[in-house]
Ligand binder design. Structure first.
Ligand SMILES: Cc1cc2nc3c(=O)[nH]c(=O)nc-3n(C[C@H](O)[C@H](O)[C@H](O)COP(=O)(O)OP(=O)(O)OC[C@H]3O[C@@H](n4cnc5c(N)ncnc54)[C@H](O)[C@@H]3O)c2cc1C
Length: 483
């Protein structure tokens, strides 16, 4: 089957009828008609449609080595640096379509599936490795959409806490039988949970020492016993003028409950081997390939923020002030740094032990540590530049009311009438102040992990032995005497 279009994605998810709950009610009928999911599913559908457009098709797809049909480029296992560049271009073309606001555009999960399948031997057990390879082909050939959950509920994060076997909260493997493994308990935090074909569940950091948590699998979202409880939606149905970002890109986050869920053996990739669970993220290409996708998206997102900021500066004509120039320059420096780190990761890419061309981890780890600090600052700059303009934002209905002409006049800016000025500042509000904006900022702070622990990983992994050797040499050479 070739890569799908938007209609097929929507039809498939609606037909699946996964057990999705929101605001105390189970969603009945088509998920794509529900106000909480309508906007984001339409945006996701648009990404699938792009794969079929003549001018984008060659950038976003490649020919499947199995069927010869066109499949999504994010499934391409890179073998050369050119492949990495093709992947980046495809990521960015799609990210532009959603101005970098969809964290879980299909590229994200497709990359994870590709990466783990490429190192399937790491999963030890030959049955598991073969299943994983087959799963990758299944996803690629059917353009399967996925959500994922990699963390346990936030009950007690103390280093000495161990959950009691008798009182299961974090999803555990409680049985193995002829059919497969049995999972019971909860997992966090599946962004887009419920509106994808399948869910991926992999070991959670810090719990790998217990074989009950050392499992990895993918199953359809409608598997019996699986339930998605979504957070309340921030999309209240207002249109694109009032909520330009929320109305299109509001990705639900969900708690996933597994009630004695049987995962068939052909979908089990790990079942109790703690040593392998401990190696998965370190020895696979997961981190570099994933951050390569994410940083490609973050470059686009930063370009969009910069465009919004400059439009605000132009609108109220404040470009002459030095502190405004400094703030815009700060965003430019952030953008150019991200771009440089991305290019460096491709230039310094190497074929890894699994035969995959892998972008250099070091600049990408730097990007991954940097963006959670940059993005909240960008959003602060939007607030500092927007000031009261971010709340002097009547709705589209206000402009269409008897007050319309007053508002157009009194809210005009130096370069546009009131309705156009408010349109721009509503966008800035949705970027910096709305519930959607708050969730985006939290997302960028945390989605790839806890920032202090990410920097601790960089501290542990970054080889500075040459730097230390150089300093030792300097001390031994008695530099002063040589002068
Ligand atoms: C909007 C959003 C979307 C997300 N989407 C997904 C998704 O789709 N799939 C998915 O799997 N995950 C997702 N995540 C989860 C994300 O991976 C986690 O938020 C992140 O790993 C941090 O874990 P936590 O939220 O449990 O925080 P916690 O680990 O509970 O941390 C809470 C606080 O305690 C501190 N702390 C806790 N333990 C330690 C420790 N051992 N050492 C030092 N400090 C500690 C932290 O620094 C932090 O300040 C998402 C998160 C957000 C916010």
């Amino acid at each position: 089957m070739p890569c799908i279009d938007g209609k097929t994605y929507l039809k498939r998810i609606n037909r699946l009828g996964a057990n999705v709950w929101i605001d105390g009610r189970r969603v009945k009928g088509n998920l794509s008609d529900h106000p909480a999911f309508k906007g984001v599913m339409a945006s996701q559908a648009r990404l699938y449609d792009m794969q079929h457009e003549q001018d984008k098709r060659d950038l976003l797809t490649y020919l499947s080595p199995k069927s010869g049909q066109r499949v999504a480029l994010s499934y391409l296992e890179p073998k050369t640096k050119e492949d990495l560049g093709r992947r980046r271009q495809a990521f960015q073309l799609k990210a532009r379509e959603n101005v970098g606001m969809l964290g879980r555009s299909p590229d994200y999960m497709n990359t994870i599936v590709m990466t783990f399948a490429a190192c399937a031997d790491l999963f030890g057990d030959t049955r598991c490795s073969a299943s994983l390879r087959r799963y990758y082909v299944f996803c690629r050939e059917n353009d399967i959409s996925l959500t994922h959950t990699f963390i346990n509920p936030q009950v007690n994060r103390s280093a000495v806490y161990l959950e009691k076997d008798s009182d299961i909260i974090a999803a555990r493997m409680i049985d193995k039988n002829k059919t497969g493994i049995v999972i019971h308990g909860a997992r966090l935090l599946a962004t887009q949970g419920g509106i994808t074909d399948e869910i991926m569940v992999f070991p959670t950091g810090g719990y790998q020492f217990d074989e009950g948590y050392a499992y990895a699998f993918c199953i359809p979202s409608n598997t019996p016993g699986v339930k998605f409880i979504c957070r309340e939606s921030f999309d209240d149905g207002k249109g694109a003028y009032d909520h330009p970002l929320t109305s299109r890109f509001e990705e639900a986050d969900s708690i996933v409950i597994f009630d004695h869920v049987t995962v068939p053996w052909e979908r089990v990739f790990l079942h109790g081997d703690t040593e392998i669970a401990g190696k998965l993220y370190k020895e696979s290409g997961f981190i570099p390939q994933q951050i390569h996708q994410v940083t490609s998206k973050n470059v686009v997102k930063t370009e969009f923020v910069l465009g919004v900021l400059q439009s605000m500066v132009d609108a109220i004509n404040i470009g002459e002030y030095h502190h405004i120039q400094e703030k815009i320059s700060e965003v430019i420096i952030g953008l150019e740094t991200l771009k440089a780190l991305l290019v460096a990761s491709e230039v310094q890419a190497r074929v890894d032990q699994w035969g995959t061309m892998t972008p250099d981890r070091k600049p990408l780890m730097a990007a991954m540590n940097l963006f959670p600090k940059l993005y909240p600052r960008f959003i602060e700059i939007v607030q500092l530049i927007g000031a009261s303009g971010l709340v002097s934002i009547p709705t589209e209905n206000d402009f269409r009311s008897a007050n319309g002409s007053d508002l157009k006049r009194y809210l005009q800016s130096s370069d546009r009438d009131g309705m156009e000025k408010v349109k721009l500042f509503r966008l800035a509000w949705d970027l910096s102040l709305s519930a959607f904006a708050g969730r985006q900022t939290l997302y960028e702070r945390f989605f790839f992990g806890d920032p202090p622990r990410l920097s601790a990983t960089l501290f542990r992994e970054y080889d500075r032995s040459d730097c230390v050797a150089w300093v030792n040499q300097f001390l031994r050479d008695d530099y002063g005497k040589k002068l």
